[in-house]
Write a protein that binds this ligand. Structure first.
Ligand code: HDE
Length: 695
């Protein structure tokens, strides 16, 4: 904590003038940049349009006004159809272990080299202006600017997808998006059309149960796993192929929020994830992920109790371990949100030689969709020339013209074969991308689905049975909440009939929560298997006990003990946490007379923003706050969200005593600093059944 108040008036240093409209603004001096039109003509007055007399009509000849308004009128481009809301950062990829045995791709064989990348995280269903914390899958798209061309790993924070075949994607998206007649709900799956579609498409059951879990409510974008989902191939110099699934594992560990927190965060700060990513990178706390691969052969895949070409199936880490071979560090915020985060164009078909596709029918459909969608979103086949999309290795081809062509090819020759210009690029057998020489069976053409894709319940069952008790309760609660928003009775009933095939206990909890009878179980297309459970797919169960990258809120007020505040601040920082000082006002004078600026006012910083809270206030402040609902909510919510609370005597006497906050082992006096720091590294989940009636 420091006295960070700047009492200087920054305007005093500026060259301020008063315009004819009476407004105050700054004019360019000799050493400042001059405002110009797009044609480079200096602008003398950027405040007033050209008029025939002070009260007369504006003149059409005012090219400065026309250009300014015209550009403004065209500032927007269509948002992404899905994944419209996103946040991104620059960083680098570094390989720590070579995969030379499996691939020729330099990015996976040259260790120690840092290759630039750009990563965009997103929600899926909401529009560009929607909140950051809905219950939703998160996009996790990484563009690595390798020396052999861009490699886009366009994945999600869940290892599986809703559907098996690209043919169903527009239907899935139409079902989850706002209903077309009424235009709501925004960024929510809790409505009839989504549950109608998924309950008629049992293949969605696996992703749906992940969506009902805390994985759909990430604590931070920095605390999410990323998955390439589909099987890809690695191809080595002998032309041998090995199947691979890509993983990103956050160094800070996986963590989610509770539903109640997510709901409250979205009201208090719709930009919660975006701000958290930006602020952490800005202050040098760079998020990092390990890069891992699951490698397996065709023969091994044949023994899996599922088909790995089916994107609704994960490959348990217990079956094929994730081999960590590299890392990603995000260390620079974008300079401009639109130019970079908005205009970045990912595409799963962007990959360097040595990596190839599998026949996953969902992946095959994606290979078409992404390029196609960029044409309407970015407006031109030249979108690859936008700096954020352009490769950083040399590139040259014979494509020409098109909207917004930025290159000026100085040649007669933009075709091949040609014999007129020896400087022009030519194909290279040695360096060029070569598809894996896959031996294909003679199949019969038809709109078919493989028999091996028929098992829709075994993996969702494995997912549910792999969870801790508290996670199971969260999942049951999420189904109950979502189906509680569904008005069509037969859609709720049909969903319950699927849940019976996943787990009878889950089905019963949800039916009881809804006050409904259990229907007959749906008829599975393939026998439901009892697969081995997997701890790796938990959320709470694998959340690390740590304060690294987490945030502690310390409430202070007039005459708070400066030394006490500093003690807590230091201990939290020593444990790797960040600290925010919260006060009833924006400034506070502490007991030694120092005036501090709070990071946030109490009314604007509910305790859902913090992983643990501390209160160091004097009796007059505490008495006043005892009549302020935002202060009471601060403590009550921290308790209800199972967080650690450190309290001073005044907080205890005037605030906690008014609340149903029990003094359990996570609610401790200031004197127990070490205990508080240990508690703050995790949550007291055993408290949850006491404060919330979970089904
Ligand atoms: Fe996407 N998806 N998707 N998707 N997807 C898009 O491309 C699509 C799928 C994913 O930050 C769009 O540029 C089809 C799976 C991410 O810019 C679009 C199918 C996975 C992003 C599109 C899928 C994803 C997108 C919209 C089924 C996880 C955001 C704008 C065949 C592996 C990337 C755009 C960013 C974006 C189509 C399925 C992930 C319309 C047709 C499976 C992370 O092209």
């Amino acid at each position: 904590m420091k006295d960070n108040i700047d009492h200087k008036d920054p305007a005093k240093n500026m060259n301020m003038t008063t315009g004819s409209g009476g407004e105050t603004h700054q004019r360019a001096g000799d050493d400042t940049a001059t405002l110009t039109t797009q044609q480079g003509v200096a602008i003398s007055d950027n405040q007033n349009s050209l008029k025939a007399g002070p009260r007369g009509p504006s003149l059409l000849e005012d090219f400065v006004l026309r250009e300014k308004i015209n550009h403004f009128d065209h500032e927007r481009i269509p948002e992404r159809i899905v994944h419209a809301r996103g946040s991104a950062a620059h960083g680098y990829f570094e390989l720590t272990e070579s995969l030379e045995e499996y691939t020729t791709a330099k990015i996976l064989t040259e260790t120690g080299k840092q290759t630039p990348l750009f990563t965009r995280f997103s929600t899926v269903a909401g529009n560009k202006g929607s909140k950051d914390t809905p219950r939703d899958v998160r996009g996790f798209a990484v563009k690595i600017y390798t020396d052999e061309g861009n490699w886009d790993i366009v994945g999600n924070n869940m290892p599986i997808f809703f559907i098996q075949d690209a043919m169903k994607f527009p239907d899935l998206v139409h079902a989850v998006k706002p209903e077309p007649d009424r235009g709501f709900p925004q960024a929510a799956s809790a409505h009839d059309t989504f549950w109608d579609f998924v309950s008629l498409s049992p293949e969605t059951m696996h992703n749906v149960i992940w969506l009902m879990s805390d994985r759909a409510l990430p604590r931070s974008l920095r605390m999410m796993e990323g998955f390439g989902i589909h099987s890809y191939r690695l191809v080595n110099k002998e032309g041998k192929s090995t199947f691979v699934r890509f993983h990103w594992k956050p160094v800070l560990g996986v963590q989610g929020t509770t539903w109640d927190e997510a709901v409250k965060i979205s009201g208090a700060d719709p930009d919660y994830h975006r701000r958290d990513l930006y602020e952490n990178i800005d202050m040098g706390s760079f998020p990092e992920w390990e890069f891992g691969v699951q490698l397996f052969t065709e023969e091994e895949a044949e023994k899996f109790p599922f088909d790995h070409l089916d994107a609704t199936k994960l490959i348990p880490e217990e079956l094929v371990p994730v081999k960590i071979v590299g890392k990603m560090v995000l260390n620079r915020n974008p300079d401009n949100f639109f130019a970079e985060t908005e205009q970045v164009a990912f595409c799963p078909s962007h990959l360097p030689p040595g990596i190839d596709f599998s026949n996953d029918p969902l992946l095959q459909g994606r290979l078409f969709s992404y390029l196609d969608t960029q044409l309407s979103r970015l407006g031109s086949p030249n979108f690859a020339q936008i700096p954020i999309n352009a490769p950083k290795c040399p590139f040259a081809n014979n494509q020409q013209d098109g909207h917004m062509q930025m290159q000026v090819p100085k040649t007669r020759v933009l075709y091949e074969p040609q014999s007129l210009d020896p400087t022009r690029p030519r194909e290279s057998i040695k360096r060029g991308f070569e598809s894996f020489h896959e031996q294909l069976d003679d199949g019969v053409k038809g709109r078919v689905r493989a028999e091996s894709f028929a098992d829709h319940y075994s993996q969702p069952r494995m997912f549910y049975l792999s969870q801790t008790d508290i996670e199971k309760a969260h999942i049951a609660n999420a189904y109950t909440f979502e189906l509680g928003k569904v008005d069509t009775a037969h859609v709720r009933t049909r969903t319950l009939s699927h849940l019976r095939n996943i787990d009878e206990d889950l089905a019963k909890r949800v039916a009881d929560g809804l006050g409904m009878e259990l229907p007959e179980a749906a008829t599975p297309q393939a026998p439901v298997q009892d697969l081995d459970t997997s701890k790796a797919i938990q959320t709470i169960g694998i959340s690390p006990k740590t304060l690294k990258g987490r945030l502690i809120g310390i409430l202070v007020g007039k005459d708070s003990s400066r030394s006490e505040v500093e003690k807590f601040e230091q201990a939290a920082k020593d444990a790797g946490a960040m600290v925010k000082i919260i006060a009833p006002g924006k400034e506070a004078i502490l007991d030694d007379g120092t005036r501090v600026q709070a990071d946030e006012r109490l009314a604007g910083a509910p305790s859902v923003f913090f992983d643990a809270v501390v209160s160091i206030i004097m009796p007059p402040v505490a008495k006043k706050l005892a009549n302020d609902s935002s202060a009471l909510d601060w403590f009550n919510d921290a308790f209800n969200h199972c967080k650690a609370i450190a309290y001073c005597p005044a907080t205890d006497e005037h605030i906690l005593s008014k609340l149903p906050v029990k003094k359990d082992e996570f609610v401790t006096p200031l004197s127990e600093l070490d205990t508080f720091i240990e508690n703050a590294k995790t949550r007291l989940w055993t408290r949850e059944p006491e404060v919330r009636d979970l089904p």
